[in-house]
Design a protein around this ligand. Sequence first.
Ligand SMILES: [Zn+2]
Ligand SMILES: [Zn+2]
Length: 359
Amino acid sequence: MTEVSGLTFPGNKVAALRAFTIADPGPTEVQIAVKASGICGSDLHSYDSDSGLRAFGADDPRVLGGPRTGRLLIGGHEPAGIVHAVGEEVRDFAVGDRVLAYHILGCGNCLNCRRGYPVVCTSGERAAYGGERDGGHSPLLNVEQRSLIAIPEELSFVDGAMIACGAGTAYSAILKSGVTAGSRLLVTGLGPVGLAVTQIASDMGVEVIGSDLNTERASGARKHGLHHALAQSTGDAATAEIMELTNGLGVEAAIDCTGASSARTLCIEASATFGRAIFVGVGRQPLSFDPTVQVITKMLTIRGSWVSSQAQMQELTSVLARRDLHPEALVSETFTLDEGPDAYNKFAGGASGKMVFTW
Ligand SMILES: [Zn+2]
Ligand SMILES: [Zn+2]
């Protein structure tokens, strides 16, 4: 048992450091000395909510379905660090190993877990780090060994934290989009995920066309491999610009990282015949389009993508190391955990860019 200070979300737009007792790792758990922990847009749901980030039920974070009336949990779902201690049954990792955690723990046995996608685990055991159990905004974190992925020595801990969520999400969407060298890819939304798509896809030889409401963000994406920033982020003018760039054909694939219906519509309308539109950005707005014109006669594939498989995340660590590509380059600011309340205040206030806690 060790006393630590972890960052919590008690509710109503507050981030607060609290003292916690971290148990020694269980038999199949690994205790990580966290070295990097990303701040992510999806943290804002619990940061903004009235009830904050709490365990379900009483004190057991795995009692699902009840109101979140349990203890405050430590936030953060993008952890990377060094193995500090291992449980007695851990065989695959040892003290000193550099690791990141796939941020959702699944049961390991259901069909979707066996497909490598704990994010869609169908059992009641599904628990996100920094969601239903303690997360990475803490100097120490206990993680089940099956959530861990080794970080190659060529990559930094910040690279690892980026892979744990945004870059892993980006890579999976790129694979699902089926782009190859020479393909034209539209990326709508150039936040951390859209920039990671840009960085990785352009390195593959894909010509990336990007759009963002923030034109500064779009032009800044050039240094991460963006070939062309659209003058208008959505609408008929954006579609026309893409058609002009592609000799009237449209793009082979499009990845929406916004969740906004205007951007999703652009992805559909700007896609070429046999194109693929991949939806990654989460948004609840309904979407209206003509399936006959935009899907059937265009033979368009529309596909959703949520995080990545564990295999894809592991493969990405190797791809980035061999290609000397560093998602750390997409980070705009780093903070110490003591600066956590200010960092979240700044992030929730609309500051763009990617922020990461480092130790
Ligand atoms: Zn995230
Ligand atoms: Zn499962």
